[in-house]
Design a protein around this ligand. Structure first.
Ligand code: BGC
Ligand code: CA
Length: 427
């Protein structure tokens, strides 16, 4: 009898372990888990009065009426790291994850402050970085709206902080890659925010799970470069062009606002000769279409503009590739084209491309430039076309130091359409 009860107890324990472990995943190789799925050991609450509890292997934060911002913070501090977590947040609630953050009695009575990676269901700027508690506002100066964040669902975040560079991804798509100003703290806790709410509001909640961290050596750029490369190994990207006609003047009209962005950030490794301190130039690209035209808006991040090289393709420039019948042909067929606009506004084309079908306008902005272009389609296209974007970067040497692509991580798109991505023309 006794042994039966004992084995029953063991079976029950085993079941509980099974149930719990189905929520809490094992840390990926090289990572440590910050949350064990059962307790908030290793964490402490600061500032507001929101409640944090462990529910079904997640840590769940719930708002308290009239409370200021609350934070559940690691007791340990981190400087350079790669952080992974999953989060699900009520759409009405604003949240975020503090990195390198601090709380000091002599600064606003312990107010938690430092960089925060945004989590927000109502705006499309999740993943951008905000300077919490300092009054300095957004650290991400450009916040191109995107749809990588799934409202009211679980979202996988990845944050790489190394030296003064912070990069973020949501659900595998790059969102931010920026230089953190020296005024922000360089080391501190990771903090899970439940935003403050007014009286008679809420309750709203936010849940986190699978919070893993890997500490990085503070070697300039090395790990960050590696993450860009791993990104290049993911499969064929599919993007959407929305229906509409912009004015092609290099200014961002309202019509671009709700168009999802294609992150042109795949590192064409083989062409990359960047040296320490030089950065990959990337772009966030939006597409619109109407009868017979494709419109592209590329917002390029490039901290140093160089358009002196003898070769057009070695100058800071953006290239658009169109494979109208999606045949991925190599070499180009009649329906294929390669168009290029330099940061100085010069238009050039691939050898078999007719420039008559292309117009573009360039605007220089802080930290880069904008290319807005109109491509006249040559054939009657279906619902999908083959498409790619390339950002050429002269890091100030007079030579091309890097190429970033939307889809094809090789440098072959100028002669072969075999690696292009898919653009759906949405009506
Ligand atoms: C490529 C260059 C090539 C050029 C030809 C560019 O897209 O990156 O390597 O020589 O096209 O137009
Ligand atoms: Ca450049």
């Amino acid at each position: 009898m006794k042994s039966l009860t004992a084995s029953l107890a063991i079976a029950m324990i085993a079941m509980t372990v099974l149930i719990t472990s189905s929520f809490a995943q094992d840390a990926p190789e090289g990572f440590t888990s910050l949350f064990d799925g059962k307790s908030v050991d290793g964490w402490e609450q600061k500032n507001g009065t929101a409640t944090y509890e462990v529910v079904d292997g997640t840590v769940k934060g719930t708002t308290a009426e009239g409370s200021p911002n609350s934070f559940l913070c690691t007791t340990k501090e981190f400087g350079d790291f790669e952080l992974h977590f999953e989060v699900k947040c009520d759409p009405e609630l604003n949240s975020g994850v503090q990195i390198r953050s601090v709380s000091k009695p002599d600064y606003k009575k312990g107010r938690v402050h430092g960089p925060q990676v945004e989590i927000a269901g109502l705006t499309k700027v999740s993943g951008f970085v905000y300077s919490e508690g300092t009054g300095r506002g957004w650290i991400s100066q450009t916040r191109t709206e995107h749809s990588n964040y799934k409202k009211d669902d679980w979202n996988k975040y990845r944050v790489v902080a190394q030296g003064n560079r912070v990069q973020t991804w949501i659900n595998g798509e790059s969102v931010e890659d920026l230089e953190i100003p020296a005024v922000e703290p360089v080391k501190g806790f990771i903090g899970l925010q439940v935003h403050g709410i007014g009286k008679k509001a809420g309750p709203f909640s936010v849940q986190w799970k699978n919070i893993f961290i890997k500490e990085l050596v503070a070697e300039a750029g090395a790990a960050a470069e590696e993450t860009d490369k791993s990104n290049a190994k993911e499969g064929t990207r599919e993007g959407k062009a929305m229906h509409g006609t912009p004015v092609v003047d290099g200014k961002i009209d309202d019509i671009w606002k709700d168009v999802p962005a294609l992150m042109t950030n795949r590192d064409v490794e083989i062409e990359n000769t960047l040296e320490e301190g030089q950065k990959l130039a990337t772009a966030s690209v939006k597409c619109l279409w109407d009868d017979g035209h494709l419109y592209c808006l590329a917002e390029v991040k490039d901290d140093k503009i160089g358009t002196e090289s003898f070769d057009d393709w070695a100058q800071d420039s953006v290239e658009f590739f169109v494979d109208e019948n999606m045949s991925k042909s190599s070499p180009y067929d009649d329906d294929d084209a390669q168009y290029r606009t330099s940061a100085a506004g010069a238009e050039t084309y691939g050898a078999s491309t007719d420039g008559e079908n292309y117009t573009s306008k360039v605007t220089k902005v802080d930290g880069g430039y904008i290319v807005e272009a109109c491509i006249k389609l040559k054939t009657e296209v279906g619902k999908k076309i083959g498409f790619d974007v390339q950002v050429n970067n002269d890091p100030g040497t007079g030579f091309r130091g890097s190429i970033a692509k939307w889809n094809d991580a090789t440098n072959n798109t100028w002669e072969s359409m075999s690696g292009v991505g898919v653009l759906e023309l949405v009506k």
